[in-house]
Ligand binder design. Structure first.
Ligand code: ADP
Ligand code: ASP
Ligand code: MG
Length: 406
């Protein structure tokens, strides 16, 4: 007998037929004698609809009410799945975040889980009851509903698995595992049998939304065995594992992309100490995160151009903040550009192999793609390019690093 957590994403519960099919899959584990907690997302498209409704009602909305609205999709699927399980003769009940309770910090819209009390769920495991948990939600120090950021049900599942000391956390989605890159864009993408926590963390944080970044962080820190697999088939999925479980380390294991990027260039900024602090200070004060930064060498010793990237959703606000500080920053012009994409090649083998960046730059150059900004870390090289070249760049790089499926 094992204790397992199963998480089903939006497409896996997109209608009643799918929910019934999920119930049959859960029942298989129950029949095998396992203790099962199931975490569900809202039906596919529901959360987007709820987010839109909030935006249409109020442009500068209260984040606490945003959470009340957008958390509701998971309440529906948790109740429906509990009903579907009961219809199959399985003892099951639904749990909302506050009922468990799942306590979070107070950052509405992007809360982090502080604690999960599993005593009651565990007591009911002993009675053979399945816990069906609404993903994506908890409640904050203000006693109000919080949500964990888009894609947050993955994090609910991994956090619950950690709290329950579960043997496995199976993340069921609409693809049968983690691929070398998004299989919806690159047809030759290859499914990975295993990927290291570290690589998965980079893949997720660089845009591969198959797992929410925070869920990978939690899995890594708590040693949760995560498997990504399809709810539509019985094919084996991808295991996220420690590095020492992978015998043959690839130099590049995957390529991620993020269209959620925007670029700002400030022209002719004064070239003197303290200028970067003056520019990035007001942005930080407004909770605007900056990612890649390049500052050109100034030709005349007096002014320089500064380019940086940030989340596309923060672009309008950042422009406003910078314009408000224009007098003290003293730039000649500000050029915002939302039409960019960040492409990242990732692999733990990069630590011991040179030439990864060179191959990336050569491959893009051969396709006539201009690189606007570059950044690197120990196991990753990222470039910013024009958004229109996303597919071309991904496919060319996938071939260049020998990732194409046979
Ligand atoms: P769910 O609703 O089940 O949480 P998501 O849409 O959040 O599903 O995540 C699954 C999607 O992630 C896939 O449909 C795929 O398009 C996308 N994806 C991006 N990069 C990858 C990758 N490297 N491997 C697998 N899927 C990826
Ligand atoms: N329903 C939420 C979202 O769409 C959470 C999730 O699916 O993981 O972001
Ligand atoms: Mg998801």
């Amino acid at each position: 007998m094992a204790r397992i957590v199963q998480k089903f994403g939006g497409t896996s519960v997109r209608d009643i037929e799918r929910i019934k099919s999920v119930a049959r899959r859960v029942k298989r584990e129950v029949d095998a004698g396992h203790e099962v907690a199931v975490v569900v997302s809202a039906m596919a498209g529901t959360t987007n609809q709820l987010v839109d409704w909030v935006g249409e009602t109020s442009r500068l909305h209260d984040a606490r009410e945003y959470d009340v609205v957008v958390a509701s999709g998971e309440q529906v699927t948790a109740g429906l799945l509990a009903l579907a399980l009961q219809d199959l003769g399985v003892n099951a009940r639904s749990w909302l975040g506050w009922q468990i309770p799942i306590k979070t910090d107070g950052v509405h819209g992007k809360a982090r889980i502080d604690s999960i009390k599993t005593a009651e769920i565990e007591r009911r495991f002993k009675e053979g009851q399945v816990a069906v948990v609404a993903g994506f939600q908890g409640f904050g120090p203000d006693n109000r509903i919080t949500t964990l950021g888009r894609g947050g049900s993955d994090t609910s599942a991994v956090a619950l698995a950690a709290a329950l000391g579960a043997e496995r956390c199976d993340i069921f989605t609409d693809v049968d595992g983690v691929y070398t890159t998004d299989p919806r864009i690159v047809a030759k993408a290859r499914k990975l049998d295993k990927i290291t926590y570290e690589e998965m963390l980079e893949m997720a944080s660089q845009g591969a939304k198959v797992l929410q970044t925070r869920s990978v962080e939690l899995a890594m820190n708590h040693g949760v065995r995560v498997q990504v697999l399809s709810s539509f088939s019985d094919a084996p999925g991808t295991l996220v594992v420690d590095e020492d479980e992978i015998v043959e380390k690839q130099v590049v294991s995957g390529i991620a992309y993020s269209r959620d990027e925007a670029k700002i260039t400030l022209l002719r900024v004064a070239d003197r100490p303290g200028v970067a602090a003056t520019i990035f200070g007001p942005l930080a004060d407004n909770a605007i995160n900056v990612d890649m930064i390049v500052q050109n060498v100034s030709e005349d010793g007096r002014t320089t151009d500064l380019t940086f990237t940030l989340a596309k959703s923060d672009l309008a606000r950042a422009v406003k903040v910078l314009e408000e500080h224009r007098a003290e920053l003293g730039f000649a012009a500000l050029k915002p550009d939302p039409n960019v994409v960040k492409i990242s090649v990732i692999g733990v083998g990069m630590r011991s192999h040179a030439g990864v960046a060179k191959k990336m730059f050569r491959t893009l150059a051969d396709k006539g793609i201009n690189i606007q900004v570059i950044s690197t870390s120990e196991i990753k090289v990222s470039v910013l390019i024009a958004e229109e070249y996303t597919e071309l760049a991904l496919r060319a790089l996938h071939t260049a690093y020998d990732l194409d499926a046979a």
